[in-house]
Design a protein around this ligand. Structure first.
Ligand code: AMP
Ligand code: MN
Ligand code: MN
Ligand code: MN
Length: 296
């Protein structure tokens, strides 16, 4: 997959790649923030954003790498909310990660996440699985605890044969031990991101909603509450999906952002910058983001 990138550079296309969506050990990835900065630099990315779920705790380490790498490092976050019967993910880019209001808001979400996780453990125990909180925390020694860590604990305890199996039989959405996270509204999430100086971008539209969901009208509504971009490039998209979301962004004057959603070994088929191998996000997106920031 790196070969694809190498060929593109050496034949002289002066377009550089960027990646605006990655996760570290501070949420459900397996790389440190420093390693993400270094890997992006080695791959030759023009820019990379760290967008951990529900936390800004990895961002000071990440941004401190700026003096050691050529890649532009962008501080970000990914927050969930409920929208039209599905779970919508919104990425905030260029957030001020020292903003005290944002920090206390993330602490509140983390507290609710902790309560949710403990309920999941209770439900697993009620189903006869011998699991306790320590089993789970061991899997997440640095950052917050997510279902990925619960899945790993279930595998280690022999209650599941793989993380996929753990999600399928126990903790995936709609499974017997599933407990939802705090249900924020898109308006709250967009407001929190923008009040911290960030650009609010709908993450991977097309995922997390029923088949046939009409994104045109949904995105129009999201734009009216302050969304400024959408991920038109994403690891899981085929060419038709990418073209649809690029056209949707152009039609609504939203920034066509994108990212790999890199999670390290927790999603081993997804590599930084190139996703499943063919992801290619042009650096022209950066100037569009800068323009929208200057208008905010
Ligand atoms: P949480 O934020 O605790 O609800 O955990 C959700 C995270 O679990 C997502 O961000 C994904 O990274 C991961 N995830 C969701 N479904 C699966 C699955 N079927 N297999 C592996 N990881 C998953
Ligand atoms: Mn994740
Ligand atoms: Mn997401
Ligand atoms: Mn993500």
């Amino acid at each position: 997959m790196f070969l694809v990138f190498y060929v593109k550079i050496t034949i002289g296309e002066y377009v550089y790649m960027i990646d605006l969506h990655t996760h570290s050990i501070f949420s459900d990835g397996t790389d440190t923030p420093e390693a993400i900065a270094l890997k992006a630099n080695i791959v030759g990315l023009k820019a990379v954003a760290l967008t951990d779920h529900d936390t800004v705790d990895g961002l000071s380490s990440f941004m401190s790498m700026q003096m050691s790498v050529d890649t532009i490092l962008i501080p970000g976050i990914e927050l969930n909310c409920q929208f039209m019967g599905g779970t919508l993910h919104i990425v905030g880019l260029f957030i001020d990660f020292l903003d005290t209001r944002l920090i206390s808001r993330t602490r509140y979400i983390q507290l609710k996440r902790l309560e949710r996780n403990k309920l999941v453990i209770e439900r697993l125990r009620a189903k006869g699985v011998s699991i306790n909180w320590d089993n789970v925390v061991t899997e997440a020694p640095v950052g917050l605890v997510s279902r990925v860590h619960i899945a790993k604990a279930l595998v280690n305890l022999g209650a599941a044969i793989s993380c996929d199996d753990a999600f399928d039989r126990f903790i995936g959405d709609g499974s017997p031990c599933f407990v939802p996270l705090i249900e924020l509204t898109p308006r709250e999430v967009v407001q929190w991101i923008r009040e911290a100086g960030g650009v609010a971008v709908v993450a991977h539209p097309g995922r997390g909603f029923y088949k046939g969901f009409i994104w045109d009208s949904a995105m129009l509504e999201l734009k009216s509450i302050g969304v400024q971009g959408l991920e038109a490039y994403y690891s899981g998209y085929g060419p038709l999906e990418q073209r649809y979301f690029l056209q949707l962004a152009a039609g609504l004057d939203l920034v066509p952002c994108g990212g790999s959603d890199y999670h390290g070994y927790n999603k081993p088929h997804i590599a930084i910058g190139v996703g499943r191998g063919s992801l290619y996000i042009p650096d022209g997106v950066l100037s569009l983001l800068q323009k929208i920031r200057s208008q905010s």
